[in-house]
Ligand binder design. Sequence first.
Ligand code: THU
Length: 130
Amino acid sequence: MSLVDDARKVRENAYAPYSKFKVGAALRTIDGSVFVGVNVENVAYPEGTCAEAGAIAAMCAAGQTRIAEVAVIADSPEPVSPCGGCRQKLAEFASADVKVTLATTDGLLQETTVGALLPGVFSQDHMSRT
Ligand code: THU
């Protein structure tokens, strides 16, 4: 099963009663493990979390921190674009060349990279004087 298939399957479990916009994310780590996540909304809207954040949390909970590949899927007209915060979260655990596949439930695919998604990423280097 491809990473997009993993994301597609887990998306069904997204908790999105407010936006009705279900998102699934899957990531593979450098040892080959796959972790998945969904968006989890809350009646206090800002407390909701994105699918990518869920997958990253599952990865960290399993003791892993290096992402090798990512897939994100939603029922959108164009492949879903990760939010700015999730781009920064992915960059924490993935090198710039890591492949990210953005997908629609209709089967559209767009391939990009963590680096292309976040030019000018904030990094540890910016804090080198501290
Ligand atoms: N959402 C994600 O889970 N990931 C993204 O990359 C974009 C947006 C979620 C957050 C919210 O639950 C819903 O999509 C609508 O913004």
